[in-house]
Design a protein around this ligand. Sequence first.
Ligand code: ZN
Length: 215
Amino acid sequence: MKHNAFTAGRDLLFPNHCMGCNALISEPERFCENCKKDLTYVGELPPISQIRAAAAVYPYNRVSSGILRRKQEPGYVSEKAMAEDMELAFHRFRFPLPDLILPVPAHSFKVWWTQYDHGMVLARAVAKQFNVPLGVRVLGKQRFTRPQHTLDRKKRSRNLVGAFAVLRPDEVRGRIILLVDDVITTGHTISACAAELRHSGAREVYALSYAYTQK
Ligand SMILES: [Zn+2]
């Protein structure tokens, strides 16, 4: 974009920053050229048990992890911009439009302690973007679990047994559900959520995440 006195003045009034590194960039870009290089599109993920299909937008790396970390600082990262990218990923795969969008739940004590529900923030933005109802307290986390990345493969699935529960089965029965998460790594967490949802009669469960840890 041409930089003249007008755009320079406007940038001072309404600065547009790269969501990845905070560098000043020109509208309507969201990322600087340097960050863009690290943001290759991921797309459909390998099969995950209990999930009909899953997709992610970006690989989990320097740029996307920074965005997810700074999402809780007001004004720094636009959840709407994240939701727009997620909608693109979703439509590229022609997943059916869900009846209900659910975040991967955090334990209520953790949300109270940190005063922030990571999962809910992004799921709310995605639900708004899709114009689909957001399920609040439909799926809950019943107990603390150890961080999945600290455990080996065997312990990971055991760590999640009984961790999640459907609190409002009437909202789930017969519905197509889209689970939204910040990051998918092994898929154990969303798989455990989907197992509970299907047990409560969900028709199909899909998953969509902002970032994906590629092995
Ligand atoms: Zn950048």
